[in-house]
Design a protein around this ligand. Structure first.
Ligand code: SF4
Ligand code: SF4
Length: 242
């Protein structure tokens, strides 16, 4: 069995080969009771998550507020479906490596609904990224990275390999900003800052967002909004050299 450091080094290499922009290792200890409540008791034994993130494409995100159908179709395909596929492939390879080194490895889908009632997945990648020190939970309930705001998609694997956490939970840095709260067309956010002991419902009514997407699809569109992603000043694209 490899020592810890060589294993982490190999996982970082695999992540880089898949062109992931973010890599982190989370100590899941602070969430050890919340994780089984979300996805079931079978997740309790795993005390580490390896989390990877890939940036969305700024040129598509920046154009979302124009409500152009072609942009929405492209955004849904390349900033959602394809990035999820790329993340799933990276996580599958990471899980294969962890398993081959003799440790438990549970790859978690980048985006699969687990509970229709609560509108949630079996495991929160953004929570893992938060605990890995990669960003904070914003008023939009998304993981906000210091460099790219919410313009990152995430996936993770669960393990109990003896990996060292890359960081710890970053405190909220939204400050007085409310741009996502004010931009949401269905007022799905309450504007409350993240507090670890409060449920998501204190900040976000996911049903409002889902109903809005259904309405957009019923009108023949691709069911894309993303205003909370596009307006966040932490993620706004930096000017590029001409
Ligand atoms: S995607 Fe749109 S409707 Fe849903 S929470 Fe974000 S801004 Fe609101
Ligand atoms: S738009 Fe403002 S309030 Fe919303 S997540 Fe970004 S920084 Fe926080």
């Amino acid at each position: 069995m490899l020592m810890v450091e060589p294993l982490e080094k190999r996982l970082r290499e695999i992540s880089a080969e898949g062109m992931a922009d973010y890599f982190g290792i989370a100590d899941l200890g602070p969430a050890k009771d919340a994780i089984p409540l979300q996805g079931g008791e079978w997740l309790r034994p795993y005390d580490r998550a390896v989390v990877v993130g890939i940036r969305m494409f700024d040129d598509l995100v920046d154009k979302l507020p124009e409500h152009d159908k072609a942009v929405a179709i492209d955004y849904r395909h390349h900033c959602y479906e394809i990035l999820n596929l790329r993340l799933d492939q990276i996580v599958s390879r990471l899980a294969g490596e962890v398993q081959s080194q003799g440790h438990a490895a549970v790859p978690v889908p980048a985006s699969k609904r687990y509970d229709d009632e609560r509108i949630c997945a079996m495991f929160s990648h953004k929570m893992a990224a938060h605990l890995a020190g990669l960003g904070w939970i914003g008023k939009s309930c998304m993981l906000i990275t210091p460099d790219h705001g919410p313009r990152v998609r995430w996936a993770s694997l669960l393990t109990n390999a003896p990996l060292t956490a890359t960081g710890s939970a970053m405190p909220p840095k939204c400050g007085e900003c409310r741009e996502c709260v004010d931009a949401c067309p269905v007022k799905a956010f309450t504007g409350r800052a993240f507090v670890v002991t409060e449920p998501r419902e204190a900040r976000f009514d996911a049903r409002k967002c889902e109903v809005y997407f259904d309405e957009l699809e019923a009108k023949g569109g691709p069911g894309v909004c993303g205003m909370c992603v596009a307006v966040c000043p932490r993620g706004r694209a930096k000017p590029r050299p001409k």
